[in-house]
Design a protein around this ligand. Structure first.
Ligand code: FDA
Length: 401
C-alpha cells in the first residue's frame, strides 16, 4: 500500500442513511471524518425510499419491530436515539411531514430534503463527504486503517462499515460489508432477501391469474418465537404475492415453509355455519363477493367447490371451508430475490459487536452500523430508524474514546 496522503480520525465507508448520520454526529463532536461513497452522489437509497417521499421513521419503533439472531442487540441504540429525536431534527430543518398509516412518517415534499438535511448536519470543517470513491481494499497497519478508494489512500484510527446490504444490486448494492467483516475475522449471519415479494408455483400457480387484485388480509409465517402475523393488504402478482402484508411476512418465511392467509380477518371458522342458520339460500360465492374483490371471491369459491346453497351443504363441509378461508395455506417456491428486496436480513453477526458502541470486539477501532449488521426492521420506517440510531450510537462512542 503506498504512503498515506489523507489522514482522518474516522473513515466511514458508505454515504447512506447510517453513514451520513454517523458522520454528522461524529463531525459535530469535533472528529475529523471522511465519508467514502462509491456512487456519484450520497444517499441514493434514501432518495428512492418511500416512493420518493422517504418513510423516515415510525413512531412505534421499538426492539420488537426488528429481526436479528440476538433480538436484544438493537435495544441500547434504539433507546438512546428515538423516533422523536429524528422528528425533532426534521422539524429543526423545517421539513414538513405527515403520518400516512400505522405510525409511518413521510416527507410532504421529497426524500431529497432528508439527504440535504443530513449533509447540512455535517460540519464542513470536520466532515468530508467524498463521492465517486469506491473502496476496494482495507488494511490495518500499525494500529491505523488504510483504505484504498478509487486509487486514493485514506487513513484513520477508526473505520466504520456503513456500506449496507446487497438488496437492489442494480443500484450498486453488494456484499462488500460482509467481505470486509470477514477479512477482520467477524462472523456473518447468512444474508437473505427480506421485505420481498414471494413467488408461487405448483397448484398455487393458478392464483397468478388474479394478478393485480388486492385485498386486506391477515398473513402469517414463521415458527415458534419467529412467528409473525400482519394485518395489511396483500396483492396478487404475475409471479405470486406481494403487498405490505406479504412483504412483512417474507422476513419471517423460510424456504420450504408454508404461509397462512386469512381472507376474512374478522371471521372465524364457524362463520359459514352461522350464515347457514340465518341465510340458508346464500351461496359461498355470493357471500365472498360481499367481502372481497369479485375476481378473488370467484377464484376462492371455485377452489373450495361448494357451489350449492348453504342449506344443502353439510355442516362439516362448511366448517372445513370456513377454516380454509381464515387460514389458506400457500407454499411459496421462493422470493423475487435481492433484485426486489427492500432490505437484507442477516449480515454482520451482532455477537461480534458491542451493542452500546457498534465496535467489533475482535478488531478495536472497527465499527459496523445500519443494514450491514444483522438487524432488520419491519416495513414502515423501521429500517431508517435503525440506521439513524446505530449511526448515532457509533458516533457518540467514537467521540468518547
Ligand atoms: P445504504 O444502502 O443506505 O447505504 C450504503 C452506501 O454504501 C450506499 O450509498 C452505497 O453506494 C455505499 N457503498 C457500498 N459499497 C461501497 C464501497 N465498496 N465503497 C464505497 N461506498 C460503498 N427503509 C425505511 O425505513 N423507509 C423507507 O421508506 C424505505 N424505502 C425503501 C425503498 C427501497 C426501494 C429500498 C431498496 C429500501 C428502502 N428502505 C426503506 C430500506 C432503507 O433504504 C435501508 O434500510 C437503509 O438505506 C440502510 O441504510 P445504510 O446506510 O445501512 O445502507
Amino acid at each position: 500500500m503506498p504512503a498515506p496522503s489523507n489522514s482522518y480520525d474516522v473513515i466511514i465507508l458508505g454515504a447512506g442513511a447510517a453513514g451520513l448520520m454517523c458522520a454528522a454526529r461524529a463531525g459535530q463532536k469535533g472528529l475529523r471524518v471522511a465519508v467514502l461513497e462509491k456512487a456519484e452522489k450520497p444517499g441514493k437509497k434514501i432518495l428512492i425510499s418511500g416512493g420518493g417521499r422517504c418513510n423516515f421513521t415510525n413512531i412505534h419503533a421499538g426492539p420488537g419491530n426488528y429481526l436479528s439472531d440476538n433480538p436484544h442487540f438493537a435495544k441500547s441504540a434504539l433507546a438512546r436515539y428515538s423516533p422523536q429525536d429524528f422528528i425533532d431534527l426534521v422539524d429543526r430543518h423545517g421539513i414538513a411531514w405527515h403520518e400516512k398509516t400505522l405510525g409511518q412518517l413521510f416527507c410532504d415534499g421529497s426524500a431529497k430534503q432528508i439527504v440535504q438535511m443530513l449533509l447540512d448536519e455535517c460540519p464542513p470543517d470536520t466532515v468530508d463527504v467524498i463521492c465517486d470513491a469506491e473502496v476496494s481494499a482495507v488494511e490495518l497497519v500499525e494500529g491505523k486503517y488504510g483504505v484504498i478508494a478509487s486509487g486514493k489512500v485514506y487513513t484513520a484510527g477508526k473505520l466504520v462499515i456503513a456500506t449496507g446490504g446487497p438488496s437492489i444490486p442494480k443500484m450498486g448494492a453488494s456484499g462488500f460489508a460482509y467481505d470486509l467483516a470477514r477479512q477482520f475475522g467477524l462472523k456473518i449471519v447468512e444474508p437473505r432477501p427480506a421485505l420481498v415479494p414471494l413467488t408461487l408455483g405448483g397448484d398455487d400457480v393458478l392464483f397468478r391469474e388474479l394478478s393485480g387484485v388486492s385485498a386486506p388480509v391477515s398473513a402469517s409465517a414463521g415458527r415458534g418465537k419467529a412467528k409473525a402475523r400482519f394485518d395489511e393488504a396483500a396483492l396478487f402478482t404475475h409471479k405470486g404475492l406481494s403487498g405490505p402484508a406479504i412483504l412483512q411476512i417474507s422476513s419471517y418465511w423460510r424456504h420450504g415453509e408454508e404461509i397462512g392467509i386469512s381472507f376474512l380477518p374478522q371471521a372465524d371458522e364457524e362463520w359459514l355455519l352461522s350464515l347457514k342458520r340465518d341465510h340458508p339460500r346464500a351461496t359461498i360465492r355470493a357471500v365472498l363477493r360481499e367481502h372481497l374483490p369479485a375476481r378473488l371471491a370467484d377464484a376462492l369459491s371455485e377452489r373450495i367447490g361448494l357451489e350449492r346453497e348453504f342449506g344443502n351443504v353439510p355442516d362439516k363441509d362448511l366448517r372445513a371451508a370456513g377454516r380454509k378461508l381464515v387460514d389458506w395455506r400457500f407454499s411459496p417456491n421462493g422470493t423475487e430475490g435481492f433484485a426486489k428486496a427492500e432490505v437484507t436480513i442477516g449480515g454482520i453477526a451482532t455477537s461480534e459487536l458491542s451493542s452500546r458502541t457498534m465496535e467489533a470486539k475482535k478488531a478495536p477501532g472497527l465499527y459496523a452500523i445500519g443494514e450491514a449488521v444483522d438487524v432488520t426492521g419491519w416495513l414502515g420506517g423501521y429500517n431508517f430508524q435503525w440506521a439513524w440510531a446505530s449511526g448515532v450510537a457509533c458516533a457518540e462512542a467514537m467521540a468518547e474514546q
